[in-house]
Design a protein around this ligand. Structure first.
Ligand code: ADP
Length: 325
């Protein structure tokens, strides 16, 4: 069976129990397993495909917790490394009244950033596998090199590369460093997912369509543009397709984008997507794939957290059945 490999950060989000106050004033937090690559892998595993994470955790209690959570979500943790040299990454979050979030990251460096290229086994990848990554672990570190090696290795086997920039500015020295890293790695991907909040920042272009089309560079064959409650648009070399969002009672949008990507990659694994058939697969099956991904993202907003909020496949299919968007 074709497998997903998600490389990057696996960390704990400490979510505030008090809303509407600054981070310094939050008194208590609830722990939630997170990190975008972990969320995407958990979604793919939950829908029934094989999903691995490539990361490093501290040899500490938080690392033990994350390993257990990934395992419970059905993610294969065989290739997760552990280290004594750094602690597992933590992110403390505060929720302001207007829904905006403040973050304080504990990673100077965190264990995930220490995964080195020597720890990526190029022989791991087989034809039909998909590699997914984001930008959070593209800061200067051994992990950045590990990304380069994994991307090269999966491409050598004819596998597909998927990228979600997932901009987190507080992690960077300045915004320009973040944009530069994203623009360096984006052309290495075949499929790019980008949200409406990131597009102008990454491209520097205000007009939406011009900005999206500017992302077709290097190996990029498809761009999926997510628009929160409004759903998503997919662009390929042959045109664009729109899929409206599902109407749900959104409580917490954490992980919606990851659940969307997970839903999409699950379908692409099932359909044995590769760089040579990606465009034609998306042109042919865009409606089914976008509907599933939108329903996956929508249902994730109806519960708190990311991995803990993921629906199962039956729930996604039920929403698609009962709500004809
Ligand atoms: P990100 O979480 O990466 O910022 P979006 O906010 O665009 O990305 O959300 C990703 C997808 O999740 C959307 O395309 C949509 O399918 C779904 N989604 C997000 N928020 C909502 C919402 N409030 N109601 C319904 N669906 C949502």
């Amino acid at each position: 069976m074709n497998r997903l490999y998600a490389i990057g950060e696996v960390l704990i989000d400490f979510i505030p129990l008090q809303k509407g106050c600054a981070l310094k004033d939050v008194r208590s937090f609830e722990r939630a397993p997170g990190g975008a690559p972990a969320n995407v892998a958990a979604a793919v595993a939950k829908y029934g495909a094989s999903a691995h994470v490539l990361t490093k955790l501290g040899r500490d209690a938080f690392g033990d917790f994350l390993l257990e959570e990934l395992h419970n979500a059905g993610v294969d943790t065989t290739h997760v490394k552990r280290t004594d040299e750094a602690n597992t990454g933590l992110a403390f979050v505060s929720l302001k009244d207007n829904g905006e979030r403040d973050f304080s990251f504990y990673r100077k460096p965190s264990a995930d950033l220490l995964l080195s290229e020597n720890e990526i086994d190029a022989a791991l990848f087989q034809t039909g596998d998909i590699l997914h990554f984001g930008s959070v672990d593209l800061v200067d570190s051994p992990m950045k090199q590990a990304h380069r090696k994994a991307i090269r290795a999966v491409k050598e086997t004819g596998g597909l590369v998927s990228f979600d920039p997932n901009v987190r500015l507080p992690l960077w020295n300045d915004a320009e460093d973040c944009r530069r890293a994203i623009l360096e790695f984006l052309p290495k991907a075949h499929l790019v997912k980008i949200s409406d909040e990131e597009l102008a920042f990454i491209t520097g272009i205000e007009d939406e369509e011009t900005a999206i089309l500017s992302l077709f560079r290097g190996d990029v064959q498809a761009v999926v543009y997510t628009r929160g409650a409004h759903g998503a648009e997919l662009y390929t070399a042959n045109g664009s397709y729109t899929a409206p969002g599902f109407k749900v009672d959104a409580q917490d949008t954490t992980g919606a984008g990851d659940a969307f990507v997970g839903g999409m990659l699950f379908h692409l694994l099932q359909k044995e997507a590769s760089p040579s058939n990606l465009t034609s697969l998306l042109d042919e099956h865009h409606a089914e794939i976008l509907r599933f991904a939108n329903a996956s993202g929508a249902l994730t907003t109806t519960n708190k957290g990311a991995i803990s909020a993921l629906p199962d496949k039956a729930a996604v299919e039920a929403l698609m059945h009962f709500q004809n968007t």
